[in-house]
Design a protein around this ligand. Structure first.
Ligand code: C2E
Ligand code: MG
Ligand code: MG
Length: 265
């Protein structure tokens, strides 16, 4: 296993040099069905092994520190793509980018974000950073300053995988957060028939109410069925993302997708 990790680390280093990483983009929608933006999801096409899912290589990139150069590449590329689409006239969209804890904790993280926005010519309001609930809540006091700095830049902050960790409710209220992304495990287990003992419907309903009362926007991810969409719509969930409405796609496919999407100006 240690051998495997070591090999993987070597492959990751090479992949960074050779530019084997690509971004895919998954559309995000508002309650009214209009497109609000997309989430950038990194993909690794390894020449010998084929497509390696991020769940496999991100943890190793984090352990080895390679997440720093990789994360910066992802941030740059995501900003570049969104700036391009905006230039084509698709204004008003937001690009969501996942950020690892090691990245966020770098002293120059805010500077890196500023640089990416300036270099790629993207407005700060058009960027949303996704931080996991465990990252945000592990050191809320220490994170507050950095979050404030990002907020001052104008960048939006989303809490990813919300509901799987342990959130302090008072920090949820105090930290400068914009969006809660309810974890897909809750969306998957919605059974509108509430007598179903393992249905997550009551939890989803509670989280939507929590977000609304704290003036946070709520994004549901992993929406796969019409029944899930209907349930979330009825509760007036602000945003939705999932295979039902659109899978992650490469930049060219997303460009085509934009041509037929409903986009509010
Ligand atoms: P995440 O940020 O929570 O992203 C959502 C994951 O759910 C993505 O998996 C997406 O493809 C998948 N998904 C979207 N809609 C559906 C659906 O309807 N059903 C199901 N079953 N799945 C759906 P993916 O691309 O494999 O990424 C997995 C995780 O890897 C991400 O979870 C994120 O934590 C991490 N990740 C991906 N790209 C990056 C990146 O650029 N940087 C960092 N730090 N992490 C990344
Ligand atoms: Mg995410
Ligand atoms: Mg998530």
């Amino acid at each position: 296993n240690a051998q495997e990790r070591l090999e993987m680390e070597g492959l990751l280093r090479r992949a960074l040099d050779q530019g084997e990483f690509r971004l895919h983009f998954q559309p995000q929608f508002r309650l009214d069905g209009s497109l609000s933006g997309c989430e950038a999801l990194v993909r690794w096409e390894q020449p010998r092994m084929g497509m390696i899912p991020p769940g496999k290589f991100i943890p190793i990139a984090e352990e080895t520190g390679l997440i720093l150069p990789l994360g910066n590449c992802v941030l740059r590329e995501a900003c570049r793509c969104m700036a391009g689409w905006i230039q084509q006239g698709y204004t008003g969209l937001t690009m969501a980018v996942n950020v690892s804890s090691m990245q966020f904790e770098q002293d120059d993280f805010v500077l890196r974000v500023e640089e990416a926005l300036a270099t790629e010519n993207l407005g700060p309001h058009q960027l949303e950073l996704e931080l996991t609930e465990s990252l945000v809540m592990e050191n809320p006091r220490e994170n507050a300053r950095r979050l404030e700095a990002l907020r001052e830049l104008g960048v939006r902050i989303a809490v990813d995988d919300f509901g799987t960790g342990y959130s302090s409710l008072s920090y949820l209220q105090r930290l400068p957060l914009d969006t809660l992304k309810i974890d897909q495990s809750f969306v998957r287990d919605i059974y509108p028939d509430t007598s179903h003992s393992i249905s997550s419907a009551p939890i989803v309903e509670t989280i939507i109410g929590l977000a609304r009362n704290l003036h946070l926007s709520l994004m549901a991810e992993g929406v796969e069925t019409e029944a899930q969409r209907e349930f979330l719509s009825n509760l007036k969930c602000d945003g939705m993302q999932g295979y039902l409405m659109g899978r992650p796609m490469d930049a060219a496919a997303f460009g085509l997708f934009l041509q037929s999407a409903t986009i509010l100006k």
